[in-house]
Design a protein around this ligand. Sequence first.
Ligand SMILES: CC(=O)CC(=O)SCCNC(=O)CCNC(=O)[C@H](O)C(C)(C)COP(=O)(O)OP(=O)(O)OC[C@H]1O[C@@H](n2cnc3c(N)ncnc32)[C@H](O)[C@@H]1OP(=O)(O)O
Ligand SMILES: NC(=O)C1=CN([C@@H]2O[C@H](COP(=O)(O)OP(=O)(O)OC[C@H]3O[C@@H](n4cnc5c(N)ncnc54)[C@H](OP(=O)(O)O)[C@@H]3O)[C@@H](O)[C@H]2O)C=CC1
Length: 283
Amino acid sequence: MTIKNVMVIGAGQMGSGIAQVFAQSGFHVYLNDRDDKALAKGINTIEKLLTRAVDKGRLTEEGKAETLNRLTPSTNLEDAKLCDLVIEAVVENMDVKTSVFKQLDTITPKHAILASNTSSLPITEIASATNRPEQVIGMHFMNPVPVMKLVEIIRGLQTSDETYQTIEDMTHQLQKTPVEVNDFPGFVSNRILMPMINEAIYTLYEGVASPKDIDTVMKLGMNHPMGPLQLADFIGLDTCLYIMEVLHEGFADSKYRPCPLLRKYVKAGWLGKKSGRGFYQYD
Ligand SMILES: CC(=O)CC(=O)SCCNC(=O)CCNC(=O)[C@H](O)C(C)(C)COP(=O)(O)OP(=O)(O)OC[C@H]1O[C@@H](n2cnc3c(N)ncnc32)[C@H](O)[C@@H]1OP(=O)(O)O
Ligand SMILES: NC(=O)C1=CN([C@@H]2O[C@H](COP(=O)(O)OP(=O)(O)OC[C@H]3O[C@@H](n4cnc5c(N)ncnc54)[C@H](OP(=O)(O)O)[C@@H]3O)[C@@H](O)[C@H]2O)C=CC1
């Protein structure tokens, strides 16, 4: 199948990065958000990152202008009727995602593939909100999308081989490396990463060390590029909590219980870097 037009839904940190990578790879991209302000912020982030790429000599001014020309901001989901592929990157909540997929199923052309950038939610359940489960798939990018090479591709129970192959080929076209995984809570990435982050939060909660010292142990002791608490702030504490809840519920195993401190911070609106405060404070 030939994919020309792509819609990315949700202009947050992941959606804007995904839209940028597709536009830089020559696709026409509709970046959709229900909120004008969020959309403007997403486009602004892309412009800044492209300018940085020009300054660093990785992109020409012409390449930057062409990339921006391929990006169309959208607040109308009906624009998806022009798209061959839609990638949903809204909040990590099953009800919100299934509502988006239900609408997309009626709006998009019959051939269109519907992908989710979900971090942990079952693709099979998202697919069941549509009448085309064979064309629904997980396309899980890593944050920050323009930098990270991995895309976890998740097959739902009914995802067809043709859909899988199209998305795998597309991942190579984006200069990323695909890894095929089956539909289990948290897939591979967050089944391993998020319990480590949750354990770091317990380590803080139990007074073992300060946030900075916990992060230093993992950075200097294990060569991680960011400490787990800094990484949690970077991902978003709301997203971390939602993922832990999916693991806890999905495996029905107490080893995945979210740390009470994580819940407390999310309730306080301390969502990490994006809200200005999490385990650290940001200007
Ligand atoms: C939750 C999920 O479902 C799945 C996930 O995504 S989990 C999160 C996965 N991501 C990680 O684990 C990231 C861990 N951190 C890192 O790899 C690194 O700290 C990092 C790549 C983010 C930054 O690298 P660094 O060497 O510490 O900093 P820095 O030198 O400033 O940045 C390196 C490059 O990344 C770019 N970069 C950094 N942050 C960026 C961002 N938010 N968006 C786009 N580009 C970014 C910088 O522009 C820089 O590129 P150039 O200098 O070549 O232009
Ligand atoms: N953060 C990370 O490191 C990673 C996150 N993910 C996954 O990507 C998805 C998005 O995460 P992230 O970008 O961090 O989240 P953000 O909070 O940064 O962005 C989500 C965006 O989606 C918008 N949105 C919410 N509901 C709708 C809707 N119904 N229609 C259109 N737009 C909507 C939000 O708008 P508003 O603010 O108005 O609600 C917001 O602009 C989640 O599923 C997450 O699990 C995957 C990999 C890594």
